[in-house]
Design a protein around this ligand. Structure first.
Ligand SMILES: Nc1nc2c(c(=O)[nH]1)N[C@H]1C(S)=C(S)[C@@H](COP(=O)(O)O)O[C@H]1N2
Ligand SMILES: [Mo]
Length: 218
């Protein structure tokens, strides 16, 4: 069987799409060397600094909603109940901020981005994602990074609801990229065919942001 003879919705094509989104067959995230935990140029902190544009929107869960649209088969707008009714995931991961602090062993709970993508079904042309926060913040990343195994829309941290300062009711978490990609107060996810810069990316930050290769600035 050749690729030419394979219809676009074949089982193999679906599997290959899934492998791509899972980074299947790659040895690890980005260029992280075996056995290393602190990326180059980072230092460890024990507290959790708050960084944002200085406006922290106060969004009660009863008026929160998350819109997922763009290049998808089934766009959705989830209210809090619908979001919490999706499969729930928990994961422990490290976070790395481009301002050089890293924090180990954060316990997150939320909905895996893969489960959100299963709901909306990205179309074949989908390749990038733009995140929108309730504060007007935007940030972009490749769909493969958005769909990474540890990525989720998180509503809890260390066993308690995410605080407003850290992006509650719900924020993105993509722990293998610098934390500016993890949009707080998440309001909308736009699936795109082409990459476009978000807030910090317009201001010189990197389009991808891998801490292991120090993709800090473009
Ligand atoms: N909505 C929104 N998300 C955001 C930001 C922001 O200003 N608004 N700042 C980003 C930046 S630059 C960083 S470093 C992290 C900080 O997250 P924290 O305050 O929970 O540490 O959030 C990111 N997500
Ligand atoms: Mo940041």
């Amino acid at each position: 069987m050749t690729d030419d003879a394979t219809p676009p919705d074949s089982k193999l094509t679906r599997s290959k799409r899934r492998w791509a989104s899972e980074h299947k067959f790659l040895t690890g995230h980005g260029a992280r060397p075996e056995g290393e935990r602190l990326p180059p140029g980072q230092h460890l902190v024990r507290d959790w600094p708050v960084l944002d544009l200085g406006r922290q929107p106060d969004i009660a869960t009863d008026r929160w909603e998350l819109r997922i649209g763009g290049l998808v088969e089934r766009p959705v707008t989830l209210d809090w109940a619908a979001f919490m009714a999706l499969p729930q995931t928990q994961d422990r991961s490290d976070i790395h901020c481009v301002t050089t602090w890293s924090r180990y062993d954060n316990e997150w709970a939320g909905v895996a981005t893969r489960d959100l993508l299963d709901v909306v079904q990205p179309s074949a042309a989908a390749a990038f994602v733009m995140l929108h926060g309730y504060d007007g913040y935007t940030t972009n990343l490749p769909l493969t990074d958005f769909a990474a195994e540890q990525a989720m829309v998180a509503h809890s941290w260390d066993g308690a609801p995410l605080t407003r300062a850290h992006g509650g009711p719900a924020r993105l978490l993509v722990p293998h990229l610098y934390l500016w990609k993890s949009a707080k107060w998440l309001r909308a996810i736009d699936i795109l065919g082409a990459d476009a810069p978000g807030f910090w990316e317009v201001n010189g930050y990197h389009m991808r942001g891998d801490p292991w290769t120090e993709e800090r600035y473009s």
